[in-house]
Design a protein around this ligand. Sequence first.
Ligand code: HEM
Length: 522
Amino acid sequence: MLRRIQQAGHRVFLLADRWGNVAFGSANNPMYHLGTLSFFFFYILLITGIYVYIFFETGVTTSYTSVEELTQQWYLGGVMRSLHRYASDAMLATMVLHLSRGFFSNRYRGARWFSWSTGVPMLVMVFILGLTGYWLVWDQLGQFVAVRTMEMIDWLPIIAEPTARNFLTNTSITDLFFRLLVVTHLGLGLFLLGGMLLHVNRLNEAKINPPRILATGSFLALLVLSLIKPALSHAPADLSVSPTVLNLDWFYMFFYPLMDIWPMGYVWIFVGGGTLLLFLLPWLPPQKREHVAEVYLDDCSGCNLCVQDCPYEAIRLERRSDGHPRFSHEAMVIADHCVSCGICIASCPFSSPNRHSEKLTTGIDIPNRNIQHLRDNTLQAIEGISGDIKILVYGCDHAVRMGKLDIPGVAALSLPCTGALPPSFIDYAMSHGADGVMLTGCRKGDCFHRPGNFWMEERLAGSRKPQLKRSIDRRRLMVSWAAIPDKKELMADIETFRQQLSELNSQEAKASVGETSPATGR
Ligand code: HEM
């Protein structure tokens, strides 16, 4: 059931990604930069927040008047205030999309629990920041937030004296309370920054800044919105009157109206229970642990390539434990961080199927999907292809299903990630009967294992080690990134590739006849 929901949600995201790719190109598709955009909106919040705070006068009456004065200077103070408000909505929106994307695409379990579970408290913090921000203005909307929040807190059996009572009269609320509120708002902002840095701590080379063009576009969009629809206050708070017409910020206040239709206990189950459930999701239901990577010292030179490439910071370099005469270090896998993506196998310079060993070994491997299996499967797959043109496709478990590619003349093998394919296998397949090799996997910019397909491309281009041999005829290699719904496009690319290979074969056949025939005179 859960898997079905995830698959349906994932399809919606893949569709949105497709539109995003058409409109912005894959490098600038906002759907691929939801985390970095959240960072970017936070920076806007920080800068505009400092500006607004400079002019903010903390106090029951002064808060409102100082914000009003700031807003009247529409071209600067007003814009800064509006940017602060809209960036907070934008940040919440990108966060929710980012977490939904992680959930639906199943990128939150196993070793990824850390990013997920640090993300949930950040979400709570962003809500508290947003709500205290509205409260600080102390207009009718702030009054609404204050009274509703206190009613919720009063329902909990933890406070003997109901706090909402403190908000029942204009005289009972103090400047001191507002100072506390400001400290909470500013302090939480700093905590959030700490949380954000912790959040990406276990991810190798995590990108925290969106591409410049996307950042500029997002900023301009917020600026235009701030100019055409500036953030304004409601009438000043007056606790003797209940506000009747309010423009709620639905991003932050969506749960308050529930208090009018549900008993408070239900609202708490929705808000508190929902947050707890979200936090526990990576373990619901518990997942069978996959085999993690293992280091084989006989083939490990401590070269550091797997450490650099592991997307999850799951490999460290340690002092050698076997007293090797030439190598001073060895790789060591942190089992709790490993998601069994196999990218380390491709980084290891020993992962070559061309090595003359009967039993193929390498420096780092995944026991149940090891390099020996991959070599055996490669040979078996090529042997099983019938027809004039033999194409071997290497794909991944998270994109178009390789098992469903039932095309004559084509054999397909699936890896945990395309980035787990040592480039020397391309060479090996070609020299063992494949006319061409095709690489496929998740769409570019959306690799299930983060940089997997980027690093594969870098290896092919020769900018990341280990590289694909320069002597390989690149015309016999095709890369076609294709997510689950892109099977048709992948099939079309395979067909184009087949024609390309057929032409190449006939050209080469003609050339070799020419070379050997005495009639040509060459
Ligand atoms: C302040 C809000 C947030 C920011 C700025 C943020 C930012 C980021 C960034 C920059 C990454 C790394 C992306 C990469 O380079 O692969 C990331 C990964 C991740 N985030 Fe967030 N995030 C936020 C909130 C959340 C929330 C609320 C959740 C879930 C509850 C979440 C779950 C995750 C997960 C599971 C990953 C790992 C994804 C993977 O391994 O592919 N994040 N986040």
